[in-house]
Design a protein around this ligand. Sequence first.
Ligand SMILES: Cc1cc2nc3c(=O)[nH]c(=O)nc-3n(C[C@H](O)[C@H](O)[C@H](O)COP(=O)(O)OP(=O)(O)OC[C@H]3O[C@@H](n4cnc5c(N)ncnc54)[C@H](O)[C@@H]3O)c2cc1C
Ligand code: FES
Length: 494
Amino acid sequence: MRENRSLWMDTAHVEPFGELTGNHETDVAVIGGGIAGICAAFQIAERGLRVAVIEANRVCAGVTAYTTAKVTSAHGTIYAKTDQNLGREYARAYADANQWGLEWIARQEIECDLRRKPMVVYAENDDQMQELLIEFDVAKRVGLPVEWIPEVALPVPNLGGILYREQAEFHPRKFVVGLARKLEQMGSKVFELTRALEVEEDDTVRVRTDRGMVTARYLVVASHYPIYDPTLFFARLAPYRDYAIAAKIRGPLPPDMSIGAGDQSKSFRTQPSPQGELLIVSGVSHKVGQADGRECYAHLEEFTRRYFDVESVPYHWSTQDNESPDKLPYIGRIRADSKTSFVTTGFNAWGMTTAAFGGKLLADLITEQDNPWAESFSPGRLKGWEAIKDVLKENLNVAKRFFGDKLTDVEPMSLAELQPGQGAIIIHNGEKVAAYKDPAGQIRGVSVACTHLGCDVQWNPAEESWDCPCHGSRFDPDGKVIQGPAIHDLERKL
Ligand SMILES: Cc1cc2nc3c(=O)[nH]c(=O)nc-3n(C[C@H](O)[C@H](O)[C@H](O)COP(=O)(O)OP(=O)(O)OC[C@H]3O[C@@H](n4cnc5c(N)ncnc54)[C@H](O)[C@@H]3O)c2cc1C
Ligand code: FES
Protein backbone atom coordinates (compact mmCIF):
# COMPACT_ATOMS: atom_id res chain seq x y z
CA MET A 1 0.00 0.00 0.00
CA ARG A 2 2.76 2.38 -1.04
CA GLU A 3 0.94 5.49 -2.23
CA ASN A 4 -2.24 5.60 -0.14
CA ARG A 5 -1.65 8.22 2.56
CA SER A 6 -4.94 9.40 3.97
CA LEU A 7 -5.20 12.74 5.75
CA TRP A 8 -7.82 11.21 8.05
CA MET A 9 -5.67 8.23 9.07
CA ASP A 10 -2.69 10.51 9.70
CA THR A 11 -4.43 13.18 11.79
CA ALA A 12 -6.58 11.23 14.27
CA HIS A 13 -4.90 9.53 17.20
CA VAL A 14 -7.03 6.50 18.02
CA GLU A 15 -6.61 4.18 21.03
CA PRO A 16 -7.59 0.61 20.09
CA PHE A 17 -10.92 -0.92 21.10
CA GLY A 18 -11.03 -4.47 22.49
CA GLU A 19 -11.12 -7.75 20.56
CA LEU A 20 -13.66 -10.56 20.90
CA THR A 21 -12.44 -13.27 23.28
CA GLY A 22 -14.66 -16.35 23.15
CA ASN A 23 -18.42 -16.34 22.60
CA HIS A 24 -20.67 -13.33 23.16
CA GLU A 25 -24.45 -12.87 23.40
CA THR A 26 -26.17 -9.60 22.59
CA ASP A 27 -29.40 -8.12 21.21
CA VAL A 28 -28.00 -6.83 17.90
CA ALA A 29 -24.81 -7.85 16.07
CA VAL A 30 -23.47 -5.29 13.58
CA ILE A 31 -20.84 -6.45 11.07
CA GLY A 32 -18.63 -3.46 10.13
CA GLY A 33 -17.21 -0.56 12.14
CA GLY A 34 -17.25 2.13 9.42
CA ILE A 35 -19.60 5.08 9.44
CA ALA A 36 -22.58 2.93 8.41
CA GLY A 37 -22.09 0.32 11.13
CA ILE A 38 -21.31 2.76 13.93
CA CYS A 39 -24.18 5.15 13.07
CA ALA A 40 -26.57 2.18 13.01
CA ALA A 41 -25.18 0.63 16.20
CA PHE A 42 -25.41 3.94 18.06
CA GLN A 43 -29.00 4.68 17.07
CA ILE A 44 -30.08 1.11 17.86
CA ALA A 45 -28.37 1.31 21.28
CA GLU A 46 -30.22 4.59 21.94
CA ARG A 47 -33.44 2.50 21.80
CA GLY A 48 -32.23 0.47 24.80
CA LEU A 49 -30.83 -2.57 22.95
CA ARG A 50 -27.34 -4.01 23.56
CA VAL A 51 -25.21 -3.98 20.42
CA ALA A 52 -21.95 -5.71 19.47
CA VAL A 53 -20.00 -4.28 16.54
CA ILE A 54 -17.76 -6.85 14.82
CA GLU A 55 -14.92 -5.16 12.92
CA ALA A 56 -12.29 -7.10 10.97
CA ASN A 57 -9.75 -4.30 11.14
CA ARG A 58 -9.85 -1.10 13.27
CA VAL A 59 -12.87 1.16 13.71
CA CYS A 60 -13.04 3.54 10.76
CA ALA A 61 -10.00 2.25 8.91
CA GLY A 62 -11.95 1.10 5.81
CA VAL A 63 -13.59 3.19 3.10
CA THR A 64 -14.67 5.90 5.56
CA ALA A 65 -11.04 6.62 6.43
CA TYR A 66 -10.34 7.38 2.73
CA THR A 67 -13.42 9.44 1.89
CA THR A 68 -13.60 13.20 1.36
CA ALA A 69 -16.33 13.62 4.00
CA LYS A 70 -18.63 16.29 2.64
CA VAL A 71 -21.73 15.98 4.77
CA THR A 72 -24.37 17.09 2.35
CA SER A 73 -27.63 16.48 0.50
CA ALA A 74 -26.09 17.87 -2.72
CA HIS A 75 -25.36 14.70 -4.69
CA GLY A 76 -24.78 15.77 -8.30
CA THR A 77 -28.03 15.50 -10.24
CA ILE A 78 -29.64 12.77 -8.13
CA TYR A 79 -32.97 14.54 -7.53
CA ALA A 80 -33.79 15.10 -11.22
CA LYS A 81 -32.79 11.51 -12.08
CA THR A 82 -34.76 10.01 -9.20
CA ASP A 83 -37.76 12.19 -10.03
CA GLN A 84 -37.66 11.06 -13.64
CA ASN A 85 -36.91 7.35 -13.06
CA LEU A 86 -38.78 6.56 -9.87
CA GLY A 87 -41.12 9.45 -9.15
CA ARG A 88 -41.43 12.54 -6.97
CA GLU A 89 -42.04 10.62 -3.72
CA TYR A 90 -38.65 8.90 -4.05
CA ALA A 91 -36.90 12.21 -4.75
CA ARG A 92 -38.62 13.76 -1.72
CA ALA A 93 -37.71 10.80 0.51
CA TYR A 94 -34.05 11.07 -0.56
CA ALA A 95 -34.03 14.82 0.13
CA ASP A 96 -35.73 14.53 3.52
CA ALA A 97 -33.55 11.61 4.61
CA ASN A 98 -30.28 13.32 3.64
CA GLN A 99 -31.22 16.59 5.33
CA TRP A 100 -32.15 14.54 8.42
CA GLY A 101 -28.77 12.75 8.29
CA LEU A 102 -26.89 16.05 7.96
CA GLU A 103 -28.63 17.58 10.98
CA TRP A 104 -28.25 14.38 13.02
CA ILE A 105 -24.48 14.38 12.46
CA ALA A 106 -24.25 18.09 13.29
CA ARG A 107 -25.99 17.68 16.65
CA GLN A 108 -23.90 14.76 17.97
CA GLU A 109 -21.45 17.15 19.65
CA ILE A 110 -18.41 15.05 18.79
CA GLU A 111 -15.08 16.86 18.34
CA CYS A 112 -14.56 16.26 14.64
CA ASP A 113 -13.69 19.64 13.05
CA LEU A 114 -17.30 19.98 11.88
CA ARG A 115 -17.96 23.23 10.00
CA ARG A 116 -21.24 24.34 8.48
CA LYS A 117 -20.69 25.56 4.90
CA PRO A 118 -22.58 25.84 1.63
CA MET A 119 -22.08 23.09 -0.94
CA VAL A 120 -22.28 23.94 -4.64
CA VAL A 121 -22.97 21.68 -7.63
CA TYR A 122 -21.61 23.58 -10.65
CA ALA A 123 -21.88 23.33 -14.43
CA GLU A 124 -18.79 23.21 -16.64
CA ASN A 125 -20.62 23.34 -19.99
CA ASP A 126 -24.04 24.02 -21.53
CA ASP A 127 -25.22 20.40 -21.32
CA GLN A 128 -24.47 20.24 -17.61
CA MET A 129 -26.15 23.64 -17.21
CA GLN A 130 -29.39 22.28 -18.72
CA GLU A 131 -29.24 19.25 -16.40
CA LEU A 132 -28.58 21.44 -13.39
CA LEU A 133 -31.52 23.73 -14.17
CA ILE A 134 -33.81 20.68 -14.02
CA GLU A 135 -32.05 19.52 -10.85
CA PHE A 136 -32.56 22.97 -9.31
CA ASP A 137 -36.26 22.89 -10.08
CA VAL A 138 -36.75 19.42 -8.55
CA ALA A 139 -34.55 20.25 -5.53
CA LYS A 140 -36.72 23.31 -4.80
CA ARG A 141 -39.92 21.33 -5.20
CA VAL A 142 -38.79 18.65 -2.72
CA GLY A 143 -37.97 21.31 -0.16
CA LEU A 144 -34.15 21.47 -0.23
CA PRO A 145 -32.45 24.73 0.88
CA VAL A 146 -31.17 25.71 -2.58
CA GLU A 147 -30.48 28.84 -4.59
CA TRP A 148 -29.05 29.38 -8.08
CA ILE A 149 -25.72 31.19 -8.25
CA PRO A 150 -24.43 32.55 -11.59
CA GLU A 151 -20.77 32.03 -10.70
CA VAL A 152 -18.97 29.74 -8.27
CA ALA A 153 -16.00 31.05 -6.27
CA LEU A 154 -13.55 28.61 -7.88
CA PRO A 155 -10.66 29.17 -10.31
CA VAL A 156 -12.03 26.24 -12.36
CA PRO A 157 -14.09 27.48 -15.35
CA ASN A 158 -17.79 27.23 -14.55
CA LEU A 159 -21.17 28.56 -15.58
CA GLY A 160 -22.62 28.77 -12.08
CA GLY A 161 -24.74 26.20 -10.31
CA ILE A 162 -26.90 25.21 -7.35
CA LEU A 163 -25.88 26.32 -3.87
CA TYR A 164 -27.16 24.23 -0.95
CA ARG A 165 -27.20 26.33 2.23
CA GLU A 166 -26.02 25.12 5.66
CA GLN A 167 -24.34 21.85 4.67
CA ALA A 168 -21.25 20.58 6.53
CA GLU A 169 -17.77 19.05 6.33
CA PHE A 170 -15.95 17.13 9.06
CA HIS A 171 -13.09 14.78 9.95
CA PRO A 172 -14.75 11.39 9.38
CA ARG A 173 -12.39 9.34 11.55
CA LYS A 174 -12.71 11.65 14.55
CA PHE A 175 -16.49 11.53 14.16
CA VAL A 176 -16.86 7.75 13.81
CA VAL A 177 -14.38 6.87 16.55
CA GLY A 178 -15.98 9.47 18.87
CA LEU A 179 -19.41 7.93 18.24
CA ALA A 180 -18.03 4.42 18.84
CA ARG A 181 -16.65 5.55 22.24
CA LYS A 182 -20.07 6.94 23.17
CA LEU A 183 -21.60 3.64 22.07
CA GLU A 184 -19.36 1.71 24.50
CA GLN A 185 -20.24 4.17 27.28
CA MET A 186 -23.88 3.15 26.71
CA GLY A 187 -22.99 -0.49 27.55
CA SER A 188 -22.53 -1.86 24.02
CA LYS A 189 -19.38 -3.50 22.65
CA VAL A 190 -17.00 -2.79 19.80
CA PHE A 191 -14.80 -5.77 18.85
CA GLU A 192 -11.86 -4.87 16.62
CA LEU A 193 -9.56 -7.28 14.75
CA THR A 194 -12.48 -9.72 14.69
CA ARG A 195 -13.50 -10.97 11.25
CA ALA A 196 -17.01 -12.31 10.60
CA LEU A 197 -16.64 -15.56 8.66
CA GLU A 198 -20.14 -16.99 8.45
CA VAL A 199 -23.72 -16.17 9.35
CA GLU A 200 -26.50 -18.58 10.29
CA GLU A 201 -30.00 -17.34 10.99
CA ASP A 202 -33.34 -18.76 12.10
CA ASP A 203 -35.12 -17.18 15.10
CA THR A 204 -31.73 -15.91 16.22
CA VAL A 205 -28.56 -14.99 14.38
CA ARG A 206 -25.15 -16.58 14.88
CA VAL A 207 -22.10 -14.82 13.50
CA ARG A 208 -19.04 -17.07 13.46
CA THR A 209 -15.88 -15.01 13.67
CA ASP A 210 -12.19 -15.87 13.76
CA ARG A 211 -12.29 -15.27 17.54
CA GLY A 212 -15.57 -16.81 18.67
CA MET A 213 -19.32 -16.80 18.07
CA VAL A 214 -21.62 -13.79 18.48
CA THR A 215 -25.27 -14.75 19.05
CA ALA A 216 -27.96 -12.09 18.67
CA ARG A 217 -31.66 -11.51 18.07
CA TYR A 218 -30.90 -9.22 15.11
CA LEU A 219 -28.10 -8.70 12.61
CA VAL A 220 -27.07 -5.58 10.66
CA VAL A 221 -24.67 -6.17 7.77
CA ALA A 222 -22.69 -2.92 7.40
CA SER A 223 -19.50 -4.36 5.87
CA HIS A 224 -19.62 -1.93 2.90
CA TYR A 225 -20.06 -4.66 0.23
CA PRO A 226 -22.30 -7.15 2.10
CA ILE A 227 -20.27 -10.15 3.25
CA TYR A 228 -23.50 -12.01 4.03
CA ASP A 229 -25.50 -12.04 0.82
CA PRO A 230 -28.58 -14.28 0.73
CA THR A 231 -30.28 -12.10 -1.92
CA LEU A 232 -27.50 -11.63 -4.49
CA PHE A 233 -26.37 -8.08 -3.85
CA PHE A 234 -23.38 -8.94 -5.97
CA ALA A 235 -25.66 -8.77 -9.01
CA ARG A 236 -26.91 -5.27 -8.21
CA LEU A 237 -23.91 -3.36 -6.84
CA ALA A 238 -20.97 -2.06 -8.88
CA PRO A 239 -17.77 -0.95 -7.09
CA TYR A 240 -16.12 2.26 -8.36
CA ARG A 241 -12.71 3.50 -7.25
CA ASP A 242 -12.01 7.21 -6.84
CA TYR A 243 -8.91 9.24 -5.93
CA ALA A 244 -8.21 12.25 -3.71
CA ILE A 245 -5.27 14.51 -2.90
CA ALA A 246 -4.77 17.08 -0.14
CA ALA A 247 -2.56 19.98 -1.20
CA LYS A 248 -0.98 22.98 0.49
CA ILE A 249 -1.88 26.00 -1.63
CA ARG A 250 -0.34 29.48 -1.88
CA GLY A 251 -3.09 32.05 -2.17
CA PRO A 252 -6.83 31.91 -1.58
CA LEU A 253 -8.74 28.68 -1.01
CA PRO A 254 -12.34 28.08 -2.17
CA PRO A 255 -14.70 29.23 0.62
CA ASP A 256 -17.40 26.61 -0.12
CA MET A 257 -17.48 22.88 -0.78
CA SER A 258 -18.25 22.10 -4.41
CA ILE A 259 -18.54 19.40 -7.06
CA GLY A 260 -18.94 19.55 -10.84
CA ALA A 261 -22.02 18.00 -12.43
CA GLY A 262 -20.16 15.71 -14.86
CA ASP A 263 -19.16 12.05 -14.36
CA GLN A 264 -15.45 12.89 -14.08
CA SER A 265 -15.89 16.37 -12.56
CA LYS A 266 -13.74 17.28 -9.60
CA SER A 267 -14.89 18.03 -6.05
CA PHE A 268 -13.33 20.49 -3.61
CA ARG A 269 -13.29 21.15 0.11
CA THR A 270 -10.72 22.30 2.64
CA GLN A 271 -9.59 20.88 5.98
CA PRO A 272 -7.52 22.26 8.87
CA SER A 273 -4.41 20.17 9.60
CA PRO A 274 -1.10 20.54 11.50
CA GLN A 275 0.29 21.81 8.17
CA GLY A 276 -2.35 24.52 7.90
CA GLU A 277 -5.53 24.56 5.86
CA LEU A 278 -5.32 21.98 3.04
CA LEU A 279 -7.30 21.80 -0.21
CA ILE A 280 -8.82 18.37 -0.88
CA VAL A 281 -9.51 17.62 -4.56
CA SER A 282 -11.08 14.36 -5.72
CA GLY A 283 -12.82 12.94 -8.73
CA VAL A 284 -11.19 10.41 -11.08
CA SER A 285 -13.53 7.47 -11.03
CA HIS A 286 -13.28 4.03 -12.63
CA LYS A 287 -14.60 0.56 -12.09
CA VAL A 288 -12.35 -1.38 -9.68
CA GLY A 289 -9.47 -3.10 -11.47
CA GLN A 290 -10.00 -1.27 -14.77
CA ALA A 291 -7.45 1.60 -14.67
CA ASP A 292 -3.92 2.34 -13.48
CA GLY A 293 -4.19 4.27 -10.21
CA ARG A 294 -0.81 5.96 -10.79
CA GLU A 295 -2.25 7.71 -13.84
CA CYS A 296 -5.34 8.75 -11.85
CA TYR A 297 -3.15 10.39 -9.17
CA ALA A 298 -1.03 12.08 -11.84
CA HIS A 299 -4.15 13.45 -13.56
CA LEU A 300 -5.59 14.78 -10.28
CA GLU A 301 -2.36 16.51 -9.33
CA GLU A 302 -1.88 17.97 -12.81
CA PHE A 303 -5.47 19.28 -12.75
CA THR A 304 -4.96 20.87 -9.31
CA ARG A 305 -1.68 22.53 -10.37
CA ARG A 306 -3.43 23.96 -13.46
CA TYR A 307 -5.84 26.00 -11.33
CA PHE A 308 -4.07 26.50 -7.98
CA ASP A 309 -0.57 27.54 -6.92
CA VAL A 310 0.39 24.23 -5.27
CA GLU A 311 3.16 24.36 -2.66
CA SER A 312 3.11 20.63 -1.82
CA VAL A 313 0.87 17.55 -1.91
CA PRO A 314 1.36 15.87 1.48
CA TYR A 315 -1.50 13.37 1.09
CA HIS A 316 -3.06 11.30 -1.62
CA TRP A 317 -5.38 8.37 -1.22
CA SER A 318 -8.02 6.34 -2.97
CA THR A 319 -10.94 4.15 -2.09
CA GLN A 320 -14.08 2.70 -3.61
CA ASP A 321 -17.82 2.84 -3.13
CA ASN A 322 -20.67 0.71 -4.45
CA GLU A 323 -23.19 1.98 -6.96
CA SER A 324 -26.76 0.76 -7.14
CA PRO A 325 -28.49 0.94 -10.53
CA ASP A 326 -30.99 3.62 -9.48
CA LYS A 327 -28.38 5.46 -7.38
CA LEU A 328 -30.35 5.08 -4.14
CA PRO A 329 -28.95 3.10 -1.19
CA TYR A 330 -30.17 -0.33 -0.06
CA ILE A 331 -31.16 -0.02 3.59
CA GLY A 332 -33.59 -2.41 5.24
CA ARG A 333 -34.44 -6.10 5.58
CA ILE A 334 -31.87 -8.27 3.82
CA ARG A 335 -34.78 -10.38 2.49
CA ALA A 336 -38.34 -9.09 2.29
CA ASP A 337 -39.51 -11.71 4.83
CA SER A 338 -36.49 -11.53 7.16
CA LYS A 339 -37.37 -10.71 10.74
CA THR A 340 -33.81 -10.85 11.97
CA SER A 341 -31.34 -9.60 9.34
CA PHE A 342 -30.84 -6.13 7.90
CA VAL A 343 -28.38 -4.47 5.55
CA THR A 344 -27.05 -0.98 4.73
CA THR A 345 -25.04 -0.57 1.53
CA GLY A 346 -24.90 0.97 -1.97
CA PHE A 347 -24.13 4.57 -1.02
CA ASN A 348 -23.09 5.73 -4.51
CA ALA A 349 -20.17 7.78 -3.09
CA TRP A 350 -22.46 9.66 -0.70
CA GLY A 351 -22.16 7.70 2.52
CA MET A 352 -21.97 10.34 5.27
CA THR A 353 -25.59 11.52 5.45
CA THR A 354 -26.75 8.13 4.11
CA ALA A 355 -25.09 6.22 6.95
CA ALA A 356 -26.69 8.61 9.46
CA PHE A 357 -30.26 8.33 8.16
CA GLY A 358 -29.67 4.63 7.46
CA GLY A 359 -28.96 4.18 11.17
CA LYS A 360 -32.32 5.68 12.06
CA LEU A 361 -34.13 3.60 9.46
CA LEU A 362 -32.57 0.38 10.77
CA ALA A 363 -33.27 1.31 14.41
CA ASP A 364 -36.92 1.99 13.44
CA LEU A 365 -37.27 -1.34 11.61
CA ILE A 366 -35.70 -3.34 14.44
CA THR A 367 -37.88 -1.66 17.09
CA GLU A 368 -40.97 -1.88 14.81
CA GLN A 369 -41.49 1.86 14.44
CA ASP A 370 -42.91 3.39 11.25
CA ASN A 371 -40.35 5.08 9.04
CA PRO A 372 -41.31 7.31 6.08
CA TRP A 373 -38.25 6.29 4.03
CA ALA A 374 -38.52 2.50 4.45
CA GLU A 375 -40.06 1.76 1.07
CA SER A 376 -37.83 4.12 -0.94
CA PHE A 377 -34.60 2.52 0.28
CA SER A 378 -35.83 -1.04 0.66
CA PRO A 379 -33.28 -3.51 -0.78
CA GLY A 380 -36.23 -5.21 -2.51
CA ARG A 381 -37.17 -2.20 -4.66
CA LEU A 382 -36.05 -1.65 -8.28
CA LYS A 383 -38.55 -0.41 -10.74
CA GLY A 384 -38.45 1.72 -13.85
CA TRP A 385 -36.77 1.05 -17.17
CA GLU A 386 -33.76 3.21 -16.37
CA ALA A 387 -32.94 1.18 -13.27
CA ILE A 388 -33.28 -2.15 -15.06
CA LYS A 389 -31.29 -0.93 -18.06
CA ASP A 390 -28.42 0.09 -15.81
CA VAL A 391 -28.42 -3.25 -13.98
CA LEU A 392 -28.07 -5.01 -17.29
CA LYS A 393 -25.30 -2.68 -18.42
CA GLU A 394 -23.31 -3.08 -15.18
CA ASN A 395 -23.74 -6.83 -15.15
CA LEU A 396 -22.57 -7.13 -18.73
CA ASN A 397 -19.44 -5.24 -17.74
CA VAL A 398 -18.85 -7.60 -14.81
CA ALA A 399 -19.66 -10.63 -16.95
CA LYS A 400 -17.07 -9.46 -19.47
CA ARG A 401 -14.44 -9.44 -16.72
CA PHE A 402 -15.62 -12.76 -15.37
CA PHE A 403 -15.64 -14.68 -18.60
CA GLY A 404 -13.05 -12.58 -20.40
CA ASP A 405 -10.50 -13.32 -17.70
CA LYS A 406 -11.27 -17.00 -17.85
CA LEU A 407 -11.34 -17.43 -21.60
CA THR A 408 -8.56 -15.28 -22.94
CA ASP A 409 -4.87 -16.08 -22.65
CA VAL A 410 -2.87 -14.11 -20.10
CA GLU A 411 0.25 -12.29 -21.22
CA PRO A 412 2.97 -14.89 -21.68
CA MET A 413 5.10 -13.56 -18.82
CA SER A 414 7.35 -15.89 -16.91
CA LEU A 415 8.63 -15.54 -13.36
CA ALA A 416 12.08 -14.61 -14.68
CA GLU A 417 10.66 -11.63 -16.59
CA LEU A 418 9.03 -10.06 -13.51
CA GLN A 419 10.81 -6.82 -12.58
CA PRO A 420 11.37 -5.55 -8.97
CA GLY A 421 8.27 -3.61 -7.85
CA GLN A 422 6.12 -5.29 -10.51
CA GLY A 423 3.00 -7.42 -10.08
CA ALA A 424 1.57 -9.53 -12.92
CA ILE A 425 -0.29 -12.70 -13.74
CA ILE A 426 2.37 -15.19 -14.76
CA ILE A 427 2.40 -18.78 -15.89
CA HIS A 428 4.31 -20.95 -13.43
CA ASN A 429 4.52 -24.72 -13.90
CA GLY A 430 1.60 -24.45 -16.33
CA GLU A 431 -0.60 -22.63 -13.82
CA LYS A 432 -1.70 -18.97 -13.65
CA VAL A 433 -0.25 -17.27 -10.56
CA ALA A 434 -0.67 -13.69 -9.33
CA ALA A 435 2.96 -12.83 -8.64
CA TYR A 436 4.64 -9.79 -7.14
CA LYS A 437 8.39 -9.13 -6.95
CA ASP A 438 9.15 -6.60 -4.22
CA PRO A 439 11.90 -3.96 -4.68
CA ALA A 440 14.36 -6.24 -2.82
CA GLY A 441 13.67 -9.01 -5.34
CA GLN A 442 11.60 -11.28 -3.09
CA ILE A 443 8.73 -12.98 -4.93
CA ARG A 444 5.28 -13.69 -3.52
CA GLY A 445 2.74 -15.60 -5.57
CA VAL A 446 -0.93 -16.21 -4.80
CA SER A 447 -3.92 -17.77 -6.52
CA VAL A 448 -5.45 -15.56 -9.25
CA ALA A 449 -8.99 -16.68 -8.32
CA CYS A 450 -10.76 -14.25 -5.98
CA THR A 451 -12.14 -16.13 -2.97
CA HIS A 452 -15.53 -14.38 -3.30
CA LEU A 453 -16.84 -15.84 -6.57
CA GLY A 454 -13.70 -16.73 -8.48
CA CYS A 455 -13.01 -13.82 -10.89
CA ASP A 456 -9.34 -13.24 -11.75
CA VAL A 457 -7.70 -10.52 -9.65
CA GLN A 458 -5.74 -7.67 -11.27
CA TRP A 459 -2.56 -5.97 -10.03
CA ASN A 460 -3.11 -2.42 -8.72
CA PRO A 461 0.33 -0.77 -9.04
CA ALA A 462 -0.69 2.42 -7.20
CA GLU A 463 -1.75 0.62 -4.01
CA GLU A 464 0.33 -2.53 -4.53
CA SER A 465 -2.64 -4.80 -4.09
CA TRP A 466 -4.55 -7.47 -6.01
CA ASP A 467 -7.99 -6.03 -6.85
CA CYS A 468 -10.97 -8.00 -8.09
CA PRO A 469 -12.83 -6.24 -10.92
CA CYS A 470 -16.07 -8.12 -10.31
CA HIS A 471 -17.23 -6.95 -6.88
CA GLY A 472 -14.25 -4.99 -5.58
CA SER A 473 -12.50 -7.37 -3.14
CA ARG A 474 -8.87 -6.43 -2.55
CA PHE A 475 -5.90 -8.45 -1.27
CA ASP A 476 -2.35 -7.54 -0.25
CA PRO A 477 0.67 -9.12 -2.04
CA ASP A 478 0.60 -12.01 0.47
CA GLY A 479 -3.04 -12.65 -0.47
CA LYS A 480 -4.54 -11.32 2.79
CA VAL A 481 -8.00 -9.73 2.46
CA ILE A 482 -7.86 -5.91 2.57
CA GLN A 483 -11.45 -5.36 1.53
CA GLY A 484 -14.52 -7.57 1.05
CA PRO A 485 -16.89 -9.00 0.01
CA ALA A 486 -14.19 -11.73 0.07
CA ILE A 487 -13.74 -13.19 3.54
CA HIS A 488 -10.93 -15.65 2.88
CA ASP A 489 -7.35 -14.92 1.84
CA LEU A 490 -5.97 -15.90 -1.58
CA GLU A 491 -4.15 -19.23 -1.52
CA ARG A 492 -0.35 -18.88 -1.39
CA LYS A 493 1.33 -20.37 -4.48
CA LEU A 494 4.92 -19.13 -4.27
C1 LIG B 1 -13.05 8.95 -3.11
C2 LIG B 1 -14.38 8.95 -2.41
C3 LIG B 1 -14.83 10.13 -1.86
C4 LIG B 1 -16.04 10.16 -1.16
N1 LIG B 1 -16.48 11.34 -0.66
C5 LIG B 1 -17.66 11.38 -0.01
C6 LIG B 1 -18.17 12.62 0.48
O1 LIG B 1 -17.57 13.68 0.30
N2 LIG B 1 -19.35 12.60 1.14
C7 LIG B 1 -20.06 11.46 1.32
O2 LIG B 1 -21.14 11.51 1.89
N3 LIG B 1 -19.59 10.27 0.89
C8 LIG B 1 -18.42 10.21 0.23
N4 LIG B 1 -17.95 9.01 -0.24
C9 LIG B 1 -18.68 7.76 0.09
C10 LIG B 1 -18.36 7.29 1.51
O3 LIG B 1 -16.98 7.45 1.79
C11 LIG B 1 -18.76 5.84 1.70
O4 LIG B 1 -20.06 5.64 1.21
C12 LIG B 1 -18.74 5.42 3.17
O5 LIG B 1 -17.54 5.80 3.77
C13 LIG B 1 -18.97 3.92 3.31
O6 LIG B 1 -19.05 3.63 4.67
P1 LIG B 1 -19.21 2.13 5.18
O7 LIG B 1 -19.34 2.18 6.65
O8 LIG B 1 -20.26 1.46 4.38
O9 LIG B 1 -17.85 1.42 4.74
P2 LIG B 1 -16.44 1.21 5.56
O10 LIG B 1 -15.98 2.49 6.15
O11 LIG B 1 -15.55 0.49 4.65
O12 LIG B 1 -16.90 0.27 6.74
C14 LIG B 1 -17.14 -1.12 6.54
C15 LIG B 1 -16.35 -1.86 7.59
O13 LIG B 1 -16.69 -3.26 7.53
C16 LIG B 1 -15.53 -3.98 7.87
N5 LIG B 1 -15.67 -5.37 7.38
C17 LIG B 1 -15.66 -5.79 6.10
N6 LIG B 1 -15.76 -7.14 6.06
C18 LIG B 1 -15.82 -7.56 7.36
C19 LIG B 1 -15.92 -8.84 7.98
N7 LIG B 1 -15.94 -9.99 7.26
N8 LIG B 1 -15.99 -8.88 9.33
C20 LIG B 1 -15.95 -7.76 10.08
N9 LIG B 1 -15.84 -6.51 9.53
C21 LIG B 1 -15.78 -6.43 8.20
C22 LIG B 1 -14.40 -3.22 7.19
O14 LIG B 1 -13.15 -3.52 7.79
C23 LIG B 1 -14.84 -1.78 7.36
O15 LIG B 1 -14.24 -1.17 8.50
C24 LIG B 1 -16.79 8.96 -0.99
C25 LIG B 1 -16.34 7.78 -1.56
C26 LIG B 1 -15.17 7.76 -2.30
C27 LIG B 1 -14.76 6.49 -2.97
S1 FES C 1 -15.21 -9.71 -5.46
FE1 FES C 1 -16.68 -11.04 -6.26
S2 FES C 1 -15.52 -12.43 -7.45
FE2 FES C 1 -14.06 -11.12 -6.57
